[in-house]
Design a protein around this ligand. Sequence first.
Ligand SMILES: [Zn+2]
Length: 563
Amino acid sequence: MSSDPNENGGSRRGNGRVHSHGNGHAHSHGLVIPSMPDAVDIFDTTLRDGSQQEGLSLTVDDKLRVAEQLDHLGVAFVEGGWPGANPKDEEFFARAPAELRLSTATLVAFGSTRRAGVKAEDDEVLRQLVKANTEAVCIVAKASELHVTDALRTTLDEALAMASDSVRFLRDHGLRVFFDAEHFFDGYRANPEFTMRVLRAAEEAGAETLVLCDTNGGSLPHEVEQIVSTVIAEFDCQIGVHFHNDSGCAVANSITAVGVGATHVQGCVNGYGERTGNADLSVAIGDLSLKLGIRTIPPERLERLTPVSHHIAELVNIAPNPQQPYVGMAAFAHKAGLHTSAIARRRDAYEHVQPDLVGNGTRFVVSEMAGRSTLALKAAELGLELDSKAMDEVLDTLKRLEHRGYHFEVADGSLELLLRRATGWEPEFFELESFRVISDGEVVDHMDDSTVHTTEATVKVVVGDERLISTAEGNGPVNALDSALRKAIGPQFPALERIHLTDYRVRVLDSGRATAAVTRVLIDTTDGERTWTTIGVSENIIEASWQALFDSIVYGLLLHHRS
Ligand SMILES: [Zn+2]
């Protein structure tokens, strides 16, 4: 167990911090030159603060798997939850020692300072923190006068005692203590003297890191720069930051704070969190490592950033944002047109970093408007060789299909299959004989028109020389067809277990001519690390759904099936 605060703190580059320890705590404030550290500790709070996001709910098993992914990425700290606040987090900490083998990350339990008027040793929250049996804990304390007098309804002196008693109690139990100063930035603006006294109390009681929290998330970078440099000049222990994104500046504020010497950054992979979320660590790690040369996660693991971000999105069941910097599907996608060949020649002229450094890739977006050169680039990107005759045929097919309502720009999976077929390849995993979908609606309550729908699908397929028939129910045609197909071919293709559909979108095209209306179906599928989109178009929604589903499964098998 380590309790040396300097051991995990990032070392500092240069000699920017000026201290003069004469009598007591006389510090010189005049000559502080901002100093950029060589390294920062990344502290992920997806399992605690991130879980406050609407619609994000994790089982204990999910939490264990998210923690594993964060460790695989190489963050320094994983905050696991609040033991004692709910049975789920209690179970998580009870199971963690046996079921979580962390190689890089240190597990942290979260709690708050003792309540007002209660002795630390009699406080239930603090007792639960000790019981969680982690090496490190993070406690939140009120650091703003307004919150002490209005929310806590106690005196400023009691608030200081709560901070120092709690830190001392935890230190006496051999724990490393991170001290989250809640509402720090707002509190500092209103009463800087009190907020600094709270930090001082925690430092003197033995806190390893003082974490300045922008709990309401409204701060801007220039304010952060000024306030964080003032704190850094006053304190000797490690300074950390915790930003929410309400002003849209959580990452910018984190980078700014590091720029003036903070060496501990809290946030969530993918920026999960209440309201507008926490600082997005996927982006902050990219910026700090690649732009500033500051060590965040082990450098050789930077290429895990995209796969881990997508894997965690999958575990928390929230569709990844394609426009997320560094790790989004569109982060390095070029809809090129005229500039296509220029991009191919000089990627560095059009991309801010090399996408493979963060495990992402350049993607050329192909549409009807795109010419031969875009298509040739796309083929090269996939490692396919197409002669000029094959290329002509693909261009013709694309034009014809896009005219009928296909939109390959958004269906990378189907486009790749189309290009592969142009090389003479045919998927031989399974052959469809027929499928049938039956949908029943039963009105159960005439007052509010509520109906119960069941959809049942039957598929007949041939795998090798075996004819397979299966039937399954689902909550719609795609779901029913997907279940029936998996039931039929699943035993032959175990790889399907890791492949599943994440989104399904239907759009009616040409709705002006109701009789000739065409339905376009898009399906997103993932294997936990990659996501691909496939398309189907038909006057019949079931047929369009089948096309998109067929491509989705074939593409997945192409990636994963090894016979
Ligand atoms: Zn927070």
